[in-house]
Design a binder for this molecule. Sequence first.
Ligand code: NAI
Length: 299
Amino acid sequence: MTIRFDGRVAIVTGAGGGLGREYALELARRGAKVVVNDLGGSRDGTGHSDAALKVVQEIEALGGEAMSNGGSVAEYDQMAEMVARAKERWGGVHILINNAGVLRDKSFAKMEPADFEFVIRVHLIGSAFATKACWETMREQNYGRILMTASSSGLYGNFGQANYGAAKLGIAGLAKTLYLEGAKNNIKVNTLAPTAGTRMTEGLLPGPMFEAFAPDRVVPAALFLVGDDAPTNQIVGAGAGVFQAAYVTLTQGALLQGDELSPEGVAAHWAEITDRAGEIVPNAGGEQAMLIATKLQRG
Ligand code: NAI
């Protein structure tokens, strides 16, 4: 069945270029009314331009409906204002794709505290602010689809991206609590870890890879994850037409008692503690304690 977005209002942050622009265009082609948010800065987050307006014009040229918004995700008031404008014109907000982002890469040894803070602010605080601005509306509507943008750098680490990686895993963590809190109001929250040839990866992805990883090849995952039949609490990898699922898992572990309840005991049982046989994927934090309680009962 064709996935359509007729009657839906979608906000895509950082949609003036790269992946966000592709999401916005395809959402509009499939019937959504789209808020194209972007402050139009450079890769490191400085400066402004009318990048969002250009994407709105592209959508209108396709016969779609869109409005531009030049607000910064890092400013809560600007996000609240953006949501108010969308509701005023279109009556609601159903979809939010948190996509805006910046880079200030440096090894941790050379990274200025201000560059750590700035990257966390745009990605993590920005995703929380844009989401918070839509949250009450989605709860009232009993409908919301939120897509967070993480990164392999956050899930697995990447040299030179301590600030960015911390923000990105933080975003995945934000999704893991919001999916629980949104469930009773039909708000589904997922996380995408894309890989794409954009200005963000220019000079990082080698030439031929840059082309194979065209940003439009990530779009199918993003749109599925904000559709009516989207799953929730998934972490999805996407790049060059390959789609993956990532999980935060927990091993069965080992119960140590008596003399073994010691650092030496942990050392002696390390193989059992880290054994991945019988590993689980908890759906909420409390499952760690439940697994422990079960182990205690078994003795
Ligand atoms: P991009 O640089 O083309 O897009 C990011 C957009 O966010 C830019 O248009 C920028 O102006 C906008 N932006 C920056 N700060 C903003 C703010 N405070 N408020 C509103 N908009 C702001 O880069 P790309 O690659 O399209 O990145 C999109 C998302 O995907 C980012 O979150 C990025 O971290 C993530 N990502 C991208 C990967 C890739 O391989 N391209 C890999 C992993 C994650």
